[in-house]
Design a protein around this ligand. Structure first.
Ligand code: AHG
Ligand code: MN
Ligand code: MN
Length: 339
């Protein structure tokens, strides 16, 4: 039997990457693999989501006599668990937790990184079998190694990320991560339970035909945002159009599609919520890093997302992200908006 050695698993790939850096300690590779393990566990549960009514409701006792947890809490616990028990992470911030968690044990205090994540993004879509995801962001801590990590480690601007990624639980399950060396995508092969390199060196096309925004909020948007939406709707063959509107309501799925095919995703501020809905630390910054590393751009309408200095774990920001040329055109309409 011949074995197809063209296929690299996530573990093989991260080890190969590490070997190109003689001084690398392997901590980042180990962290990325830990996240892959948690993702596989979450994937199994996400795939069973439709069975919840016959196996037991969230919060109830299932047929095995175990308590069934909400999937986003389950996912949170899986990601937190692998990071706490791994060798690379000193603490975490999560959408599901009120405050940062400092692990504060001997191995964690000697670890180089802190991680922030949204364990399940788009979780409102679980019940209707629509793609959902996990988003994460990795920073090198700035506090002293050997001691517990501190709040300052978590409140670094996105430009200081060393890696960021997402897992999309969709028609297939994919793990995409970016470092300063590029963006690579791995598809889960369920036959062997491994993520396999399927999308090496991902580049975001400089332009596309898709714009993604919640049109239901149209009259809540500022005049400049509305003007840009009108521009998208009026595109024709003479100026790069026509455009198509696609909005799944799972940011991971919307941005993943636009990253692969070209497009722009927007979650602007509204009259009621001038900072929009999306969270800077574990939704916008990781995607800004990934999309920039793939050649695109991400802003809050005025400044680069990754230049914002964070002040709190759950802070929100408007987000405009996607193909470079589309973002450049957006700028001409939107840049006057934000105060
Ligand atoms: P979460 O499920 O983690 O709370 O986030 C959902 C987010 C994002 O994935 C999506 O793009 C956005 O909410 C959709 O919001 P609207 O329904 O307001 O458009
Ligand atoms: Mn989310
Ligand atoms: Mn979430």
């Amino acid at each position: 039997m011949t074995v197809n050695r063209k296929i690299l698993t996530l573990d093989e790939f991260t080890i190969q990457q590490m070997r190109q850096f003689p001084t690398a300690t392997g901590e980042l590779s180990s962290l990325l693999r830990d996240i892959g393990l948690a993702a596989k566990r979450v994937n199994v549960e996400v795939n069973k989501a439709g069975l919840v009514d016959i196996l037991g409701d969230h919060g109830s006792i299932n047929v095995q006599g175990e308590e069934v947890k909400k999937l986003d809490i389950y996912a949170n616990n899986q990601f937190m668990g692998v990071l706490q028990h791994g060798i690379s992470c000193a603490g975490i911030g999560s959408e599901e937790l009120d405050d940062f968690v400092v692990f504060d044990d001997e191995i964690s205090n000697n670890s180089k990184y802190v991680v922030q994540f949204d364990p399940l993004d788009g979780s409102g879509n679980i019940d209707v079998n629509i793609s959902i995801g996990t988003i994460f962001s990795v920073y090198r801590r700035i506090s002293e190694i050997g001691k517990p990590c501190t709040k300052e480690d978590f409140l670094q601007p996105g430009s200081r990320q060393v890696a960021a990624g997402y897992i999309i639980y969709g028609s297939s399950t994919m793990y995409v991560y970016a470092t300063k060396r590029g963006v690579n995508g791995f598809t889960l092969d369920p036959a062997i339970g491994e993520f396999c390199l399927s999308h090496p060196d991902i580049k975001c096309p400089p332009s596309g035909k898709v714009y993604s925004i919640n049109h239901g909020n149209f009259f809540q948007y500022t005049p400049n945002t509305r003007e840009y939406i009108n521009v998208c709707q009026k595109k024709d063959k003479t100026n790069g159009g026509p455009y198509t509107q696609r909005y799944i309501g799972s940011m991971v799925a919307d941005v993943h599609r636009n990253l692969m095919k070209g497009g722009i995703f927007m979650y602007p501020g509204t009259i009621d919520k001038p900072k929009g809905k999306l969270r800077l630390l574990y939704e916008c910054n990781p995607f800004a890093f990934i999309v920039e590393m793939a050649g695109g751009r991400a802003t809050n309408g005025k400044e680069r997302i990754m230049d914002i200095i964070p002040t709190e774990l759950h802070q929100r920001t408007p987000l405009f992200i996607g193909s470079k040329d589309m973002m450049d055109e957006l700028d001409t309409y939107i840049s006057k908006d934000l105060v």
